[in-house]
Design a protein around this ligand. Structure first.
Ligand SMILES: [Zn+2]
Ligand SMILES: [Zn+2]
Length: 351
């Protein structure tokens, strides 16, 4: 699956002394969910790229120009993301807003219900407030795409089920279902992403979950014809894609310059505040010595930045796991969690 890499980037190992720094950085981009290569038989036309933005800087002259990347087939792992021009170390390559996101049940009362931003003077564990809140009028306004529908139903059974089972992804499906009912997104919005092949146990579990989701909506005053899409097939397809493509959001305290500097030990990644699914960030392949990093600071909006100078045509890759781990541990986690054996230069040399 992750066969010998046919294309070895010229700068991939130009600066091996950077490995330690990269390892430390990679801890901040760790997420505990499956995130696999995407296998499609044709090159995707990256029309969705226009929905991403890059920052203004010396090398990225326009504020909302398309990001300097293109999506192409790789010879080893389906689709991948490549630099369409030279990218400098530290450059913000693009930002990405999620298709769907949801706070963790633990932090739900201490952060914005939409953007996961920390709310001032709110202690998520105190239980002082049992209602969800938004950080701004803007988030409140944008939340209408799901919240007007969501608040018509009593979600306590689904929340309790997720709490007892330690599950987070059914909450993402619930929010997506509410966005579809609100006609904010089409029901096939996640179809571009690669699904996991579910086990029979997983299929049985998903059947229970879709029944719970349907009955919750049926018990509300939401018009029944608006939930026609909510079938077992839809739920299974959506959850199987979320399981592979969702990112665990850990907000990082500190600036990117801190991250790049040797004082990176002062940068702390807080516990996960929630989970989210994006399009473009899901197309990046894995590398144990990555040249780009995905991270979050104040909210669920993701930032993808270059960790070193990248040449035009070079593949951009992130590290799916904690890159500071030893070779054996990395191989085990990548195989068990992501379904492939890594043959990157670092793994080949058993570093
Ligand atoms: Zn917000
Ligand atoms: Zn590797």
């Amino acid at each position: 699956m992750f066969a010998n890499t046919p294309y070895i980037s010229p700068s991939a190992f130009k600066r091996p002394h950077n490995l330690k720094k990269m390892s430390r950085l990679a801890r901040c981009c760790r997420w505990a969910v499956h995130f696999q290569k995407l296998h499609h038989s044709h090159v995707q036309t990256p029309s969705f790229l226009s929905s991403f933005s890059t920052s203004a800087s010396a090398s990225t002259p326009t504020l909302h120009s398309p990001p300097p990347v293109r999506v192409e087939l790789t010879e080893y792992a389906g689709r991948g993301v490549f630099a369409s021009r030279r990218i400098g170390a530290g450059e913000l390559i693009h930002t990405a807003k999620p298709i769907v996101s949801h706070p963790s049940l633990f932090s739900i009362h201490g952060i914005c219900y939409l953007c996961l931003r920390k709310l001032p003077n709110r202690d998520s564990s105190s239980g002082a407030s049992q209602t969800v809140s938004f950080c701004s009028k803007q988030c409140e306004e944008q939340s209408k795409k799901f919240y007007d529908v969501e608040k018509k139903a009593d979600w306590s059974r689904l929340n309790e089920y997720c709490r007892l089972q330690g599950l987070k992804y059914p909450l993402l499906v619930k929010r997506l279902a509410c966005q579809v009912i609100s006609r904010f997104v089409p029901s096939d919005v996640l179809d571009i992403l690669q699904p996991e092949i579910p086990t029979s146990d997983r299929i049985n579990q998903m059947k229970k979950e879709v029944a719970l989701l349907r009955s919750t909506i049926e018990d509300s005053d939401i018009e029944k014809e608006r939930m026609a899409f909510l079938t077992e097939e839809w739920y299974t397809g959506v959850l199987s894609r979320i399981r592979i493509n969702a990112f665990r959001i850990e907000l990082t305290v500190g600036s990117y310059e801190d991250l790049l500097s040797s004082a990176a030990a002062s940068v702390i990644a807080e516990a996960a505040v929630g989970n989210a699914v994006y399009v473009l960030p899901s197309l990046y392949n894995h590398y144990c010595d990555p040249n780009v990093n995905i991270w979050w600071t104040e909210s669920v909006d993701a930032k993808i930045k270059a960790l070193r100078d990248i040449e035009e045509g070079e593949e951009l890759r992130i590290c799916y796991i904690d890159a500071s781990m030893e070779y054996e541990a990395r191989q085990k986690i990548l195989y068990e969690g992501f379904g492939f054996r890594c043959n990157c230069l670092r793994c080949v040399s058993k570093d």
